[in-house]
Design a protein around this ligand. Structure first.
Ligand SMILES: [Zn+2]
Length: 248
């Protein structure tokens, strides 16, 4: 996106929608857009995203130094790390959508290889490790996974999506939450059923034909290539104890 004025208006509108759809509440979340000249337009720290004005947004240089007296988002480190890792990313949305964040807080992975739109659109949606909010630790935690994924859960925190435009990053946030909802219902109904490896291969080819990258190996079915083994707790404890003894 070239224009700062257009970027400001786009962020205000997105913040209002995300707030009204309960994807973020109170002062949560942050949004940024990278302009064509490398500067960033970002939400300010401590603002309700549903009630922002264009004047309260903060413009920074590509290193996050603000123009003027505004204070940029407390998660600026994280946004900067993402833009450094992904030259194709033009916008970042961080929010706390309740169902996806429930998965992140519970340390539960969203299932991979169960819904065609998600496989083709995202590959899958992993959980980035925990990092204390507004620190370098959080920026480092997301910098690795964001190289290969457009959407992440953030352990004990929330969710993150990126896109070429803010429209795309915002839409991905809704898709992520919608998928978390579907996943939760599927767990209530006995658990999601995975695609076969062959079907994921087919979906990967479809994704590539639309200009996407091949689906990462981590997004293939969990049971892929391995036999399921059932053990009682005593048998498992016995095997571990024996392995530990053999190491002494
Ligand atoms: Zn957050």
């Amino acid at each position: 996106m070239d224009g700062e004025k257009e970027a400001r208006a786009t962020i205000i509108a997105a913040g209002r929608r995300l707030y009204e759809r309960h994807i973020l509440a109170s002062l949560e979340g942050n949004i940024s857009i990278r302009l064509a000249d490398g500067r960033l337009v970002t939400t300010p720290t401590g603002a309700n995203k549903g009630r922002m004005t264009e004047e309260c947004l903060v413009v920074t240089d590509s290193e996050g130094n603000p123009e003027g007296s505004g204070k940029p988002s407390s998660e600026m480190f994280m946004h900067l790390a993402i833009y450094r890792e992904r030259k194709d990313v033009g916008a970042v949305v961080h929010a706390h959508p309740p169902i996806a964040t429930g998965y992140a807080v519970a340390g539960r992975q969203l299932p991979a290889a169960v819904l065609a739109e998600v496989v083709v659109g995202f590959g899958c949606i992993p959980i980035a490790p925990y990092g204390t909010p507004s620190t370098d630790a959080l920026a480092e935690a997301v910098a690795g996974p964001i190289r290969n994924y457009d959407a992440l859960l953030m352990a004990n925190h929330g969710a993150l999506t990126v896109g070429a435009s803010l429209e795309q990053a915002e839409e991905r946030m809704y898709q992520l939450e919608h998928f978390a909802h579907i996943s939760l219902v599927s767990h209530l109904l006995g658990g999601p059923q995975e695609f076969s490896v062959e079907e994921v291969d087919r979906l990967s080819r479809l994704r590539e034909s639309w200009g996407g990258s091949p689906i990462p190996p981590a997004c293939y079915p969990v049971g892929c290539g391995s036999e399921t083994v059932t053990l009682t707790k005593d048998e498992l404890v016995g095997l571990i104890a024996e392995a530990v003894r053999s190491l002494k």
